[in-house]
Ligand binder design. Structure first.
Ligand code: TYD
Length: 387
C-alpha cells in the first residue's frame, strides 16, 4: 500500500518546452509522492501517461555534456564489443554509439531520437519497452548477453512488466545493467528535484531487489556513480545463476542506516523540502530587491520541479541558458522563463542559479571567467547557498 508523504503541487510535463503559441493549453497534473510499504519503493501516487512525455517532440539529449559522453565511453570499454547487447531508452545514441553496429540493438519510444540511431546504422525499435516487444526481438535476434538502460528504467511505471520482459530476453548467464538516480543520494542531497513526471520512481537497492526478485532476477552487484547527482549502477541476473558481490549487502546496509525502508524518513525529507523552498525563494527575492541580475544554467527537468513548486518565474530569473538546440527560443514548462543559449555567462550577470547542479564541475570549468570575476552560483543542493 502506498502512503503519500510529499506534495509538489501542480506540475507541467517537465520537458515540454513551450513556443509562444502553445503557452495557453499547458497540461498540469498533481505531483505527489508515496512510499510503498510492501516493496519499500518510493513512487508517484499517480503516473503520467508515458506518451504524453515520450514522443516525437522529446527534447532531452544525453550527449549534451562531455561528462556523460565520457561516462558511457569508459563503461563500454570494459566489455568485448562482440557481445549481443540491447539498450532500452537509447535517446540520441550517447551510449550505443560505443558499440558494434552489426550486433547492438536500440529501443527508443521517441521517434525523433529513434530516427537518429537508425541513421547512425543501429537496428532501432521505435517502441516502448514491453513483454510483447521483448518477445518479438527474441524471435528476430535471439537472446541477448547484456540488456542495458541508463536513466530509463525509473521512467517506466510498470516495473513488473519491464523486468519480466528483460528476464525473457536475457541469455541464461546474461546480465541486466541499469543506472538511475539513487534514493540514498536524493535523501543526502535534499535533491527533491529528482522527482518529476519522467521519474515515477526513485530507486533504493532494497526496493529494486524486492521487485526484481518477484520477476526472476536478483541484484548481483551495485556500483555507486557520481553522475546525475549520485546514481546506482545495478547488475541483475537470473536468480541463482551467479555469486552475489558484497557491494549488494553493503548498499542495503547503508540504506537501512539512512532509513530508506521506513516512512518516517520520508516524512522528515518532506519537511526539509519545504524548508529548501522557503530558503530559495528568500534568496531570490533578496537578489531582486538588491537589483541583481540572476539567470539559470541548464534548462533541466529538475528545474521544472523547482520552479513550479517554488513559484519561480521570470520576475526572479531573467532567462535560462541551455546548449540543447531543441530547448532554445522556447519557454520553460509552467514557469514560462525564456530559454536561450549564451556561449559564456554575460558580464552583467551577478548570480547563476544552477538548474544543472549535477554538472557543477563541468560548468565551473567552462565558466572560469565568471568564477574568476567573483560571480556566484546559487544552488539548493544539499542546502540553499551561494557556491
Ligand atoms: P540534466 O542535468 O541531465 O537534466 P535533467 O534534469 O533534465 O535530467 O541536463 C542538463 C541540461 O543542462 C541539459 O539540457 C544540457 C544543459 N547543459 C548546458 O546548457 N550547459 C552545460 O555546460 C551542461 C553540462 C549542460
Amino acid at each position: 500500500m502506498k502512503i503519500k508523504f510529499l506534495d509538489l503541487g501542480d506540475q507541467p510535463i517537465a520537458n515540454r518546452f513551450l513556443t509562444t503559441d502553445n503557452v495557453t493549453d499547458e497540461f498540469f497534473y498533481n505531483l505527489s509522492v508515496g512510499f510503498d510499504n510492501d516493496t519499500k519503493l518510493v513512487t508517484h501516487m499517480e503516473y503520467v501517461d508515458p506518451p504524453l512525455m515520450f514522443n516525437e517532440n522529446y527534447v532531452y539529449r544525453g550527449s549534451m555534456s562531455t561528462t556523460m559522453q565520457n561516462h558511457f565511453k569508459q563503461f563500454s570499454s570494459r566489455f568485448s564489443p562482440d557481445l549481443k547487447i540491447l539498450e532500452i531508452g537509447s535517446n540520441d545514441g550517447v551510449f550505443i554509439k560505443n558499440w558494434n553496429k552489426s550486433t547492438a540493438i536500440a529501443v527508443e519510444p521517441c521517434k525523433n531520437f529513434a530516427e537518429e540511431t537508425t541513421a547512425l546504422g543501429y537496428t532501432t525499435y521505435n517502441e516502448f519497452w514491453t513483454i510483447e516487444l521483448a518477445e518479438d526481438i527474441k524471435e528476430k535476434h535471439g537472446q541477448q548477453n547484456i540488456i542495458f538502460a541508463a536513466n530509463c528504467i525509473c521512467h517506466i511505471p510498470d516495473l513488473d512488466n519491464t523486468f519480466k520482459a528483460v528476464s525473457n530476453l536475457l541469455t541464461h548467464d546474461g546480465v541486466f545493467i541499469f543506472e538511475d538516480p539513487s534514493l540514498a543520494e536524493m535523501i543526502n542531497n535534499g535533491s527533491y528535484d529528482q522527482i518529476y513526471d519522467e521519474h515515477p520512481h526513485i530507486f533504493s537497492v532494497i526496493a529494486l531487489d524486492n521487485i526484481l526478485q518477484r520477476n526472476g532476477l536478483e541484484i548481483v552487484r551495485v556500483e555507486n556513480l557520481s553522475v546525475h547527482g549520485g546514481s546506482n549502477r545495478i547488475y541483475a541476473k537470473k536468480i541463482g545463476t551467479s555469486e552475489i558481490d558484497e557491494s549488494v549487502e553493503q548498499n542495503k546496509a547503508y540504506e537501512k542506516i539512512l532509513g530508506v525502508d521506513n516512512i518516517e524518513t520520508f516524512i522528515r525529507f518532506a519537511q526539509k523540502v519545504k524548508q529548501s523552498r522557503d530558503d530559495l525563494i528568500r534568496i531570490l527575492f533578496k537578489c531582486k530587491e538588491e537589483g541583481k541580475k540572476v539567470i539559470s544554467y541548464g534548462a533541466t527537468s529538475k528545474s521544472t520541479t523547482v520552479f513550479n513548486y517554488c513559484g519561480i518565474d521570470q520576475s526572479l530569473i531573467e532567462y535560462v541558458s541551455d546548449t540543447t538546440p531543441e530547448k532554445q527560443n522556447k519557454l520553460t514548462p509552467g514557469s514560462h522563463i525564456p530559454v536561450m543559449f549564451k556561449d559564456k555567462i554575460e558580464d552583467d550577470v551577478d548570480y547563476v542559479y544552477l538548474g544543472a547542479w549535477n554538472f557543477l564541475n563541468e560548468i565551473k570549468e567552462k565558466e572560469s571567467d565568471f568564477v574568476k570575476r567573483g560571480g556566484k552560483f546559487i544552488t539548493h543542493v544539499p542546502i540553499v547557498k551561494f557556491d
